[in-house]
Write a protein that binds this ligand. Structure first.
Ligand code: ZN
Length: 222
């Protein structure tokens, strides 16, 4: 089932929570199974490079990535990593990141350029994956989510504050546009059903200014 992606603006506490590990696959209950199904279903809808379970309100340690886009050799369209453990290495470089939970913006973050991740698949089989460059960055970004860490937390505090202000402004513009579209839709619907349209708050019509006509001077008297 598709689940809405949580936003830093409305679900800060959930996004900041450390997620619980999955038990051994033999002990999975329906919640564990549906958590993985929902992660896959949501990722199929929103696409992107990766998504972590807590981003859709599931406080469990699982992430999904798109291996083709990250250059990770894999037969399947998506790769699910359950209880991933990451070890980073290599040079630290700055690269641009974005996140579904920090909408509208992107920003530069420094991260090690190599990593090794050990994880379990949905059948409980253990695997190890080595990645470098942007794939290593993406895996670190997604696995950070499981510890309640967002990429903006790895920036300087000034950059983070500026980015969050941008997010807030963009969200205000979006919700205002949505409100106007809703009002316009409601009015269209009313006019179709013969009901009186409601005044939209943005279109208060001002009274047209009436210019006072000055009496024309008579040309008499010269
Ligand atoms: Zn993210």
């Amino acid at each position: 089932m598709y689940r809405k992606v949580l936003s830093i603006l409305t679900d800060q506490n959930k996004l900041r929570t450390v997620s619980e590990p999955f038990p051994d696959v033999e002990s999975w209950n329906e919640d564990h199974k549906s958590a993985i199904r929902d992660l896959v279903d949501t990722f199929n809808v929103i696409q992107g490079l990766g998504l972590a379970a807590p981003q859709i309100g599931i406080q469990k340690r699982a992430v999904i990535v798109n291996p083709a886009q990250l250059g990770i050799p894999q037969k399947s369209e998506s790769l699910i990593l359950i209880n991933p453990e990451i070890k980073t290495s290599g040079d630290v470089k700055r690269s641009k990141e974005a996140c579904f939970s920090v909408p509208y913006v992107d920003g530069f973050v420094e991260r090690p350029q190599q990593c090794e991740v050990s994880y379990f698949d949905e059948s409980g089989n253990p695997h190890t994956l080595k990645a470098e460059g942007y794939a290593a960055v993406c895996l670190q970004h997604e696995i950070d989510h499981l510890d309640g860490v967002l990429y903006i937390d790895r920036m300087g505090s000034l950059s983070r504050k500026m980015l969050l202000k941008k997010v807030e402004k963009a969200e205000k513009r979006r919700s205002e546009a949505a409100r106007l579209a809703r009002e316009s839709f409601d009015n269209d619907h009313r006019s179709l059903t013969g009901a009186r349209p409601q005044k939209t708050t943005h279109s208060k019509k001002r009274k047209p200014k009436v210019r006072k006509q000055r009496p024309k001077r008579s040309k008499k008297g010269k």
